[in-house]
Design a protein around this ligand. Sequence first.
Ligand code: NAD
Ligand code: MG
Length: 321
Amino acid sequence: MPKTRQSAGTTKKDTNPLEGSRAKGSGSEPQMQHEPKPPFPKQKQSGVGLESQLQPKPRYQASKYKPAGKLEGKCALITGGDSGIGRAVAVLYAREGADVAISYLPEEQSDAEETLRAVEAEGHRCVLLPGDLSEAKFCDELVEQTVNELGKLDILVSNAAHQNRKKSLEELTDEELETTFQVNILAYIRLSRAALRHMKAGAAIIATSSETGIMGSAQLPDYSATKGAINAFTKTLAQNVIEKGIRVNAVAPGPVWTPLNPSDDGMTPEKVAEFGKQAPIGRPAQPEELAPSYVFLASDADSSYITGIVLQVMGGETTGG
Ligand code: NAD
Ligand code: MG
């Protein structure tokens, strides 16, 4: 696999027809004010959703981000790395010098192949490991396959999630409740347990939480509960492994433009068109605005004194404490 480093912002074409050229985003305008704002085209997806079907296409290229070899020689496993936040993290980890493995559901193969292309364009390896994280066995196999393919595991990003809005708790079936807990929190715990068998001092575990785990969310009872559990488990595991020199943190995003919400059964095309408007910043985050936090928390030189935090990336939403 070629290891030629390509400088950020010069190698990949902008694939977003509605958002203008990539060069626009890499100019002098502040990124904070120039990411896409609602209204978006009305749209709806079923199943897990595909990034390739979203309009406008989520921005994961992070053309303004300048790499500094922060993850040189590291190997990372990123669940849900086919699309959304996970894809953006995979690309920035590669830009910072890491090889990555990504997991996703088999029906997301086309999105996963796009991530692979983007990671390889950064000069690094991307191993594709499809499977269902709601199966306990797959969580163990995923970690083992990653170590077999990449040789070791330095960074685990537990990022996959299942989410469907409901009008009331009555609408929550036992099957849905179990799936949400299996994918969002049980997989995080199982993957961490398996990963720790291989991790050495300097390793990092990072989970994707959500603002709903801090503030609650009326229509997401099961999902919000798993995100609260992710926060508590992150703090607990951080305390448990600190003496091994391993750090454990979470990132809590506000609304992000990814397939997750357009494919949420409880979302309408009209609601998707307004997605993120309620955030203080007036728009959803783009995945490229989340990924640098995952680099920061993975990088020993940047965050060696930080473990057990839930880093809020919430577009101006503030919480007590
Ligand atoms: P996304 O749809 O791109 O990523 C979620 C991924 O989860 C999917 O790509 C899929 O591969 C994976 N997944 C779902 N069910 C699975 C299963 N049974 N087995 C294996 N993989 C499965 O959406 P995203 O927004 O990038 O989500 C990434 C993380 O960000 C999630 O943890 C989500 O809860 C969190 N988050 C998202 C938002 C948002 O507004 N998009 C806000 C807060 C938190
Ligand atoms: Mg996906």
